[in-house]
Ligand binder design. Structure first.
Ligand code: MTE
Length: 446
């Protein structure tokens, strides 16, 4: 929806939005967290990424209800008190990822621009979600999977109150251990409005687009619903040579399956691009890795020389349930590796990472062969360029670590550029030279 009339944006939940979110559009609000938040297993409050297409609906929980039923038949309605009163609260840790995550890396002079928001590596986040199992609610609405499938009903179409709509396979909704949940709590507290208050679907292992917020109705349908988020271009990956939408027929787009699951992917969240390090420094490299469809990440390979030599990172999982071959690994893993900047390195270092899941799926090396007009599923190796310089210890951060460069808070001498504090004038000037000066020594020496 275009920005339009200011009045329709008057009730946006501004207080829920952390000031550190990087907003790609404000109306509607589409924003991603910084790397410091992506380094946490559970994304800190207010920092989960947001993806919406309209103003956030204003919904009164007391009068709210949603319906469930077969296409063309009278549905059953549920209120929030019926849901909370009847169903056991199911808890599940799930990573949501927008298929456009890392789209910005596709946009190069050689390959061209893609369509969509230029997400960096942060349109992905993880939370603990709580609510009723979708399969239980469907059964209570009189829907039996085998019966429905025998009559040719293979999909559930989910509608949001602002009319966003998508379909998921009926078999996913009913899958034993599929963990599809209608949730009213996120990380132990009421669902924030940005994330779907009072009720949203969480469809684990599927792309974020299938987890419909501000749920209005669930309809059992024979075919997938029409519309841009299901049959249309939004979740269709074209070939790298298909550069113009005008050359692609609607029939071709409709024949392609929509992306259900994210293939194995990973990204580097530390160090920040452009960090200056010295030879011999110990560097903490960190990131996340995720695979859709419940596949568990079994390995993350990291290289600090652009992929010539590799080491394996230490992996942490979101929960014990999400183990290898459980088929319920719905959340990312966080990974970490300590590496030493080689004494013989000069100029730039390219750090890369690649993950492997329990089906031995691996990531493509580069963006070019998987470039696609819609800019979805950039699952290429995570990549960060850093610089090897002659940074003196005095110019490093408060605790002397490279990881915390840029956050020194104690000292007498303040940098005019970033307001950090240093113990000596020399330290402050050296910091300025390496962090802020683009052209070397001239300014300081004059
Ligand atoms: N549900 C509704 N009703 N409207 C939307 O715009 N966006 C979808 C999905 N559910 C959307 C929605 C998309 S594209 C994504 S990636 C996720 O919600 C994002 O969820 P979040 O904003 O809670 O992170």
């Amino acid at each position: 929806m275009a920005e339009g009339d200011a009045a329709q944006w008057a009730d946006e939940p501004l207080e829920e939005r952390h000031p550190d979110l990087l907003a790609h559009t404000v109306r509607p609000y589409n924003a991603e967290p910084p790397n410091r938040a992506l380094k946490e297993m559970f994304t800190p409050e207010g920092l989960h990424y947001r993806r919406q297409h309209t103003p956030v609906p204003v919904i009164d929980e007391q009068t709210y209800s949603f319906s469930v039923g077969f296409e063309g038949e009278e549905p059953r309605c549920f209120s929030m008190s019926q849901l909370r009163g009847v169903y056991r609260e199911h808890e599940v840790a799930v990573t949501l990822m927008c298929t456009g995550n890392r789209r910005s890396e596709f946009n190069t002079d050689d390959d061209g621009e893609t369509m969509g928001l230029p997400w960096k590596n942060g349109s992905i986040s993880t939370a603990r979600w709580y609510g009723a199992l979708l399969s239980d609610v469907l059964k209570d609405a009189g829907i039996d999977r085998e019966d429905a499938e025998a009559k040719g009903y293979n999909f559930l179409t989910l509608w949001g109150q602002e009319s966003y709509h998508i379909s998921i396979p009926l078999r996913k909704a009913f899958a034993k251990d599929g963990d599809c949940t209608l949730v009213w709590k996120m990380n132990g507290v009421a669902l924030p409005r940005d994330h779907g208050f009072p009720l949203r679907a969480i469809i684990p292992g599927f792309v974020g687009a299938r987890s419909v917020k501000w749920l209005d109705r669930i309809v059992v349908t024979k075919t997938e619903v029409d519309g841009m988020h299901q049959k249309g271009i939004a979740y269709k990956q074209l070939a790298p040579n298909q550069k113009l939408l005008s050359k692609v027929t609607k029939e071709h787009i409709y024949e392609l399956p929509p992306v259900d699951h994210v293939p194995i992917t990973s990204a580097i969240t530390a160090p920040e691009p452009g960090t200056v390090v010295s030879r011999g420094d110990t560097l903490t490299i960190a990131g996340y890795a995720y695979s859709g469809a419940g596949h568990a990440v079994i390995r993350v390979d990291v290289s600090i020389d652009g992929g010539r030599s590799w080491e394996q990172a230490e992996i942490t999982r979101a929960s014990e349930v999400q183990r290898v071959r459980s088929r319920r690994a719905w959340a990312w893993v966080q990974w970490r590796l300590s590496a030493t900047v080689p004494e013989n390195s000069s100029g730039n270092l390219t750090i890369v990472c690649k993950a492997v899941d329990d089906e031995y799926n691996q990531q493509p090396h580069e963006t070019s062969p998987i470039w696609n007009l819609r800019g979805i599923l950039n699952t290429s190796w995570g990549r960060v360029h850093i610089e090897v310089g002659e940074m003196a210890n005095a110019a490093k951060s408060g605790d002397g670590s490279l990881e915390n460069v840029g956050v020194r808070l104690k000292g007498t001498f303040q940098c005019a550029e970033c307001r950090q504090l240093f113990d000596t004038e020399v330290a402050k000037n050296t910091h300025w030279k390496f962090i802020h000066a683009k052209t070397g020594l001239t300014c300081l020496e004059e």
